[in-house]
Design a protein around this ligand. Sequence first.
Ligand SMILES: *Cc1c(COP(=O)(O)O)cnc(C)c1O
Length: 452
Amino acid sequence: MTKRFLLSENEIPTQWYNIVADMKNKPLPMLNPGTRQPLKPEDLFPLFAEELAKQELNETDRYIDIPEEVRDKYKFYRSTPLVRAYGLEKALDTPAHIYFKNESVSPVGSHKLNSALAQAYYCQKQGVTNITTETGAGQWGTAMSYAAKAFGLELAVYMVKISYEQKPYRRSVMHTFGSQVIASPSMSTKAGRDILTKNPNYQGSLGTAISEAVELAMQTPNCKYVLGSVLNHVTLHQTIIGLEAEKQMAMAGEYPDIVIGCFGGGSNFGGVSFPFLRHNLLDGKTTRFIAAEPASCPKLTRGIFEYDHGDESGYTPLIPMFTLGHDFAPAHIHAGGLRYHGAGSIVSQLKKDGLMEAVDIQQLDSFKAGVLFAQTEGIVPAPESCHAIAAAINEANQAKIEGKQKTILFNLSGHGLIDMAAYDAYLADDLSNYELSDADIQKNVGKLEKIA
Ligand SMILES: *Cc1c(COP(=O)(O)O)cnc(C)c1O
């Protein structure tokens, strides 16, 4: 009974997978927010490193080489283990075979580093000296801080205020890596000041923090902005997860019937899924792909498909996406990385075309799943990852009801060792679920202009 599958250094994939090249229905074009014309790479050059802007709009190259310098840094922690969750299977008494890809072993504790290293590399290569970004729970800010240091860049991070206060240790980690951290909304940008004027007690959201980081990048010489999710190039970098998992599942002698990832903006879900989805698109496989989102921020299950901005102030391109509206203020659940109003354009198109599914998970169910996983597999999962675990448990229980052996793969996007305040609250019975009425949802999506 092999429990853990690893690749040797020369088996680690040397290219990322660009699923857009294989999609029959390409995502609708992103639009320049000023002209409303389809976005060209040049439109993105002021904000993003040129190579990243080109990757963002690349619809033709199925595979994109991972630069040598990035592969060198990947070797610090890749391949990550694929693990058969025998302990969890036993506790559930299920005929299902459950595997997880353990991205929590990266130096910063989550999958985010896979894209952070790539983005820092392309910025440095172009001669950029400063970068700005936002962070919700602090995972992306932490990953970007380490990556910036690794490639000699100065980084300023806008951190959602509620997390800045609730998760002081992620802030400490960012400081340790040498970056500057600012609670958002802040008075340092027009976007922040406008929001604070309207609502002085606003606890922040990813949408607001993105506006602030974009604004600072536009005003600082030789500075670019980097984003931790949602965009196509971020998900592209994350496909290293699924590409490795594909080889590791083969070592285990299995192929997944179901692939699951938790869902914030879609990067770890897309990362684990797209390399397998490729075989549905091209080779007639029938794997199911399930995005697990929080019931308090249900863009895929209850949002609408429309053009919307990626940020609160409307600085970013218009993205064709499943969205709850860019000024939707999600409840303060502990899975901070899932508190985002929209989904990336690729995932949104795949969902629209029925090539993937989505489920929503209540906060208490997510922690219940996380505690069971910790007790059976020995890893305390990130509150975000708990959503994927809850969805995997639901599928394993369904397999038991049907009396069928199914092979389930989920991505363990990160560990929760810096989120123990959230576990304390759960164990003390201090957490609640959040109900969102149709009227609450309509209030925000109703304001969106119809473009799609
Ligand atoms: C950021 C984060 C997520 C959500 O982001 P995606 O882009 O949807 O993957 C999930 N899990 C962890 C641990 C995170 O840090």
